[in-house]
Design a protein around this ligand. Structure first.
Ligand SMILES: Nc1ncnc2c1ncn2[C@@H]1O[C@H](COP(=O)(O)OP(=O)(O)O)[C@@H](O)[C@H]1O
Ligand SMILES: [Mg+2]
Length: 229
């Protein structure tokens, strides 16, 4: 039986730069469906709107029109507080740039979403430590982001994305800024999470290997998704 996890219907997003004649229709009545427990990959040229789409599907940004459902819940009409709570509870984001907080250590960065979710500090700390260890980062836990390499920062960001056991991970070109070895490890981790815990993954990527291994693959072009696989 099909078990719908994420569903975007008729999503339109237009950016206006300067006067109204310079409108840029980035997403044009776009539809997207994703079933629970699957991995979907979206590719597309630079500037085609991949990040815009991922941010809208992940409730970080709002469409001009259209609806977004997470399971049976319509998320596009939630207010900002509700959206933040929804994201914290259900989604894990991995961005191209790590977006770690510079004034917090690796461990503290990973702890933060757990504290926001209302868990005790002791519990959050233990779990953050466990996840960092799994990612071979225990020796770096007390380092600040500017003391870490690109690959290490991205692993901290991944640990932070995973700490609340999200049902869906949204990854925007997560391997764009790290070396081949660490990018392969990161991808393997995402596939392992999918296999082991049925975590769903929506990944924006130029990497054809990922696109091939995903359950479904799309290309974003002219504001619409075309199915490749
Ligand atoms: N906040 C914004 N204001 C105006 N234009 C934007 C904004 N964000 C993105 N764009 C434009 O929308 C298009 C799609 O951007 P983006 O979603 O980042 O594409 P991609 O991730 O595929 O490279 C690009 O032409 C970009 O310049
Ligand atoms: Mg992008």
């Amino acid at each position: 039986m099909r078990n719908m996890l994420l569903n975007g219907k008729n999503i339109t997003k237009t950016y206006f730069t300067g006067d109204a004649s310079k409108e840029l229709v980035v997403l044009d009545r776009l539809n997207f469906e994703m079933e629970s427990g699957t991995i979907a990959a979206i590719s597309g040229l630079s500037g085609s709107g991949k990040s815009t789409l991922l941010h809208i599907l992940g409730s970080l940004d709002r469409p001009d029109s259209g609806e977004i459902y997470f399971k049976d819940r319509m998320i596009n009409e939630l207010n900002n507080t509700e959206r933040a709570e929804f994201r914290n509870k259900n989604l894990g984001f991995i961005f191209q740039f790590h977006h770690l907080m510079p004034e917090l250590t690796a461990l503290e960065n990973v702890i933060m979403p757990k504290l926001i979710a209302g868990k005790s500090f002791a519990k959050a700390k233990k779990q953050a430590y466990d996840i960092l260890s799994k990612l071979d980062m225990e020796a770096r836990k007390d380092h600040f982001p500017n003391q870490l390499s690109g690959g290490e920062k991205q692993r901290v960001a991944v640990a932070r994305a995973l700490i609340n056991n999200p049902e869906l991970i949204l990854a925007d070109e997560p391997t764009g800024n790290i070396d081949i070895k660490h990018s392969e490890e990161l991808l393997q981790l995402l596939f392992d999470l999918n296999k082991g815990f049925s975590t769903s993954v929506l990944i924006v990527t130029h990497n054809l290997e990922i696109a091939k291994r995903a359950d479904k693959t799309y290309n974003l072009k002219d504001g619409k998704l075309e199915r490749l696989k």
